[in-house]
Design a protein around this ligand. Sequence first.
Ligand SMILES: [Zn+2]
Ligand SMILES: [Zn+2]
Length: 344
Amino acid sequence: MAFWTEGAFYSLTPLQCPTPMCSKAPVLPGRSVNTAPYDGVMSELIDLHTHSTASDGSDSPGEVIAAAAKAGIHTVALTDHDTVSGWAEATEAATALDVGLIPGIELSTQVFDEDNGFEPHSVHLLGYLIDPTHPQLVEEMAKIRSHRDNRLQMMVEKLAKDFPISWLEVRAGIPDGATPGRPHIAEVLIAKGIVKDTTEAFQHILAGDGPYHVPHYAPTLETGIRIIREAGGVPVLAHPLSRGGTPLTDVRGPVEEAVTRYQRWWELGLMGVELHHRENVPEQRPALEEVAGTLGLIVTGSSDYHGSKKPNPLGEHTTTPEALREILERSSGVRPIGAMPAGV
Ligand SMILES: [Zn+2]
Ligand SMILES: [Zn+2]
């Protein structure tokens, strides 16, 4: 197994080399030579996008790590929405279960379509290895969360005029430290038999353009990228082609235009794109890959695991060791926890 510590690659030396993967071990001058970095048991899968009960997943942070170990994931990133409150528990579990952990976040941001009346579009931004104590990041996370909390209460108050539901009931179902979201309202609606399941809740009662919707605060994508960079993290655009993307982050039309569109984010400090993700429409993926290649953006892939809250299984899409190595090299916030796969 390989360890990444303070910018240097270290390796342990298991006794045997059972597979051809062993030969892939990088050897740095002056370091002990690892002839058998791959132990033949632990896979090298890297999944850089998961959620726990710290936001809207169903597994506690420790359970996410345990599920990753069970699924044969070597290294996993915990990227809860707008919070790092799951990091401590995840770190403990990762250390105990010998799973590599990339501490991260998924920041809620928005872009405004200048050509279309400044219509807002929600964009998710992953931030890896950020310094969680960076004052501006802390402030922004608190602001997003407090607005989301109040907004949720406002939505429930609107709903209470038509349905037997109260804020107290919804609040009771939100675990401490979790990011309150519409799924928490959905849970109460399901429990009361008002809707059949989450899908039905989101199609009608909780729809973004529905009568009970209350918009929430989110920083602009520009601000999100800047804050993650200032906190020493690596900003990666999450599922940019989800439902086809937004007019400012999709890759429709001639690829040169898509490059120009992305050049703006790249100049602001964007470092990567989550290309391999179930929500990215397949027909636009080749163009996004070309854009990433042209601008030198890191390409990642991940599951966006939410436990039982979404069907995405861990390791559904994965990231290459080369891409993870680049993320490690370009970050200066916190270091990853534990073992990193061979080739990283
Ligand atoms: Zn997302
Ligand atoms: Zn996510």
